[in-house]
Design a binder for this molecule. Structure first.
Ligand SMILES: Cc1cc2nc3c(=O)[nH]c(=O)nc-3n(C[C@H](O)[C@H](O)[C@H](O)COP(=O)(O)OP(=O)(O)OC[C@H]3O[C@@H](n4cnc5c(N)ncnc54)[C@H](O)[C@@H]3O)c2cc1C
Length: 652
């Protein structure tokens, strides 16, 4: 009041019938004689309060001249959300009743493709379409369209905006005045209701920053980051802004051509903090690049800005007693080698071990070679500590330990860019006794008479050991004869005899055996597993894509067989096993012969009938990856704390 400011408050955003903030704000505004614009957002709890109290509140709000803004898409998305339960209410406030009291009601949306609302496109036409359905704003539309246009403009003191008036030439108009029903009826992708009003009208505004603004931004950044290693050559910017999203024809369409405005290559934590501070001050999006082997465009800068390349933060800090601490840019191969020199090794790694970084694995990866025994990265004990840099004007260095690690794990870095981590190691070559083979036998994958499976790769590990490929008698230049199995196994040194005995027991023979060599030009066997399987298939057929699915724990093998019978060669089975919640379960990276998006989604729908769930690899949105992570709420809170301007890995 002292400074004559207007107020916009987020109020009672819950399903709590006892919430009282709205009425208290209204009473306080009258009591204090507040004269500015006062707007309250959300007010969801009004919808679950008793009639008498609602009337009292509406009266107080009208009396205080408070405007209300509702955000139906986010409210419907967040309210009543309890894992495993169908929401029982829509989460929005009493729009019709508020309006009937003469209260100014606006409708908008306050989050976009972030943890508070996973969808949206900053598109008010979508807000209008959805709100019409959610809140029954039609039959008749009446003057509800003004709730998206003239009313919010007036509340913000922009009385010449959001309305068509005689003698005022609009710059753009998103739909013809009489076409509201059409807007709500036609799916947005095909709607063509953007009408240019004057020949000189610019295109409808998009999120992309215009070129002059962008070059100014780059200049400001260059000034702020002088002295740091910077990359701004357009070809390098494009090349280094890509990961393996092109596995997906859908992501390829969406992400091709996206690039950072500037790449910064910090050499110390202080330099990381300098970059974070500059981005926060200039409100520039900030992304982080590890080895750029992510599959979903996780590190592709969607809105330009700065990309932090962690390649030079590559020091192994210490390794002792089953633990190691690494800077974020250390490649997993280097981390593993360093651990092996001390008699330890990584408990698990992705098949991109040779390119991926420790930081990228923790922020973008999930599991990998070693996960049959040790589960997933998110399982407690895999990652022991993380040091993260917040993205604020004055960045902080926070160390996360214990359950707090979940705040930043597998979050595509929208929480904070992190600089160091401690990971649990395991003693080198535990598997000398052939434990992996015993598991293989137990699972029955080598059962005589089992269905022919082209390739079974069990827990491929033991970089120090021998790679043995136990090929059953080869026919036709390396191809197995009809009905024969091929088993390729990495075995710990000393385990070769066990493999030979097992093969003999099942009428097989070792047809190729070679030692593991950690050298360029020598493809390790694990580079045929996990998503390398897709890569190997893509080398043969460019029209191939993939799916990523989780199988029903109780009927892994049955679902695998049923899916093979359902799709034949169109969807080639590729099963990976990993420990989830205490039991070994199958997840799959099926190789798919892609024909169209429609067919791909049809395959997914049919798989769902078998209980096979999609973890969508054709989307860069974190929440599309299937099961909600247990620490999602922690992550949300941490995002607010560590990235208050929402700049880190924007739009995911
Ligand atoms: C052929 C192939 C096989 C694969 N196999 C596996 C597998 O077996 N298991 C598996 O889990 N994944 C696998 N992946 C996915 C990917 O390789 C892994 O997730 C890998 O660990 C990513 O590491 P990276 O260093 O390349 O990260 P990037 O791709 O560079 O980044 C991944 C994400 O982490 C963020 N990030 C990177 N570094 C930091 C940091 N220091 N601070 C904050 N955020 C950061 C990025 O912004 C991005 O969101 C595979 C991918 C391919 C192409």
């Amino acid at each position: 009041m002292e400074r004559g400011l207007d107020l916009d408050l987020h109020v009672d955003e819950s399903g709590d019938g006892g919430a009282r903030a709205l009425i208290e704000i209204a009473r306080a505004a009258v009591r204090l004689g507040f004269k500015g614009h006062l707007q309250c957002g959300h007010c969801c709890s009004l919808a679950v309060q008793d009639e008498e109290f609602v009337l009292e509140t509406l009266g107080a709000v009208a009396n205080a001249g408070i405007a209300i803004v509702s955000l139906p898409m986010c409210n419907m998305y967040l309210q009543g959300r309890t894992a495993g339960k169908t929401p029982r209410w829509r989460g929005i406030t009493l729009l019709h009743e508020l309006k009937a009291e003469g209260i100014k009601v606006s409708i908008a949306s306050d989050n976009c493709r972030d943890p508070f609302y996973a969808y949206g496109d900053h598109d008010m036409l979508e807000v209008m379409t959805q709100a019409t359905r959610i809140a029954h704003l039609d039959h008749p539309f009446g003057d509800w369209p003004t709730a998206f246009t003239a009313v919010p403009a007036a509340v913000m003191g922009l009385s010449d905006r959001g309305r068509l008036r005689w003698a005022i030439r609009p710059t753009w108009c998103c739909c013809r005045p009489a076409s509201c029903p059409r807007c709500c009826r036609v799916p947005r992708a095909t709607a063509s209701c953007c009408a240019t009003v004057a020949p000189s009208t610019p295109r409808c505004p998009t999120i992309a920053t215009s070129t002059p603004a962008r070059s100014q931004r780059v200049n400001d950044l260059r000034d702020a980051l002088s002295g740091l290693e910077l990359i701004d050559h357009p070809v390098q910017l494009r090349q280094r802004s890509r990961d393996f999203y092109w596995y997906s024809p859908i992501l390829k369409r969406q992400l091709d051509g996206k690039a950072a405005d500037l790449i910064a290559v910090p050499r110390s934590i202080e330099e990381v903090m300098r970059v974070a501070a500059a981005c926060a001050r200039l409100r520039v999006p900030l992304g982080v690049r590890g080895g750029a082997t992510g599959n979903y465009g996780q590190m592709v800068p969607l809105q330009g800005g700065v990309l932090l390349d962690m390649a030079r933060l590559d020091r192994t800090l210490w390794i002792e007693r089953g633990r190691g601490r690494f800077e974020a840019g250390v490649r997993l191969e280097a981390a593993d080698t360093a651990a092996q020199q001390s008699g330890w090794e990584l408990r698990m790694f992705p098949s991109t071990r040779r390119q991926a970084t420790v930081g990228g694995y923790v922020c973008g990866g999930a599991a990998g070679v070693g996960s049959i025994r040790y589960g997933q990265l998110r399982d407690s004990g895999s990652v022991l500590a993380l040091k993260v840099v917040t993205c604020e004007e004055t960045p902080r260095l926070i160390e996360l330990r214990g359950a707090d690690i979940g705040k930043a794990l597998h979050a595509y870095a929208p929480r904070a860019s992190w600089s160091k981590s401690s990971c649990r190691l395991r003693p080198l070559s535990l598997d000398r006794d052939g434990g992996g083979l015993r598991r293989l036998r137990r699972r029955g994958t080598l059962r005589p008479g089992a269905r022919p499976v082209r390739r079974i790769i069990p827990e491929a590990r033991q970089p120090d050991g021998m790679a043995a490929a136990a090929l059953l008698p080869r026919a036709r230049r390396g191809r197995p004869a009809e009905g024969q199995h091929v088993v390729m196994i990495m075995v710990a040194a000393g385990g070769e005899a066990g493999v030979a005995a097992l093969a003999a027991e099942h009428g097989g023979a070792i047809t190729l055996q070679r030692p593991y060599r950690e050298e360029r030009g020598h493809t390790p066997l694990y580079e045929y597993t996990w998503n390398h399987t897709t890569l190997q298939a893509l080398k043969v057929d460019k029209d191939i894509t993939y799916l990523q699915t989780i199988f029903p724990p109780e009927s892994n093998v049955a679902a695998l067989i049923a899916s093979h019978e359902m799709f034949g060669e169109e969807v080639m089975a590729h099963a990976e096993f990993q420990r989830r919640l205490g039991r070994t379960n199958c997840s799959s990276l099926q190789v798919v012969r892609y024909t169209s998006d429609e067919r791909l989604w049809e395959i997914v729908r049919q798989m769902e009938t078998l209980g096979i769930k999609l973890s969508n690899p054709h989307s860069y949105i974190l929440e599309d990856k299937g099961a909600r992570v247990p620490s999602a709420d922690l992550q949300l809170a941490f995002k607010h704390e560590s990235d208050p301007h929402g700049l880190l890995n924007r739009e995911r």
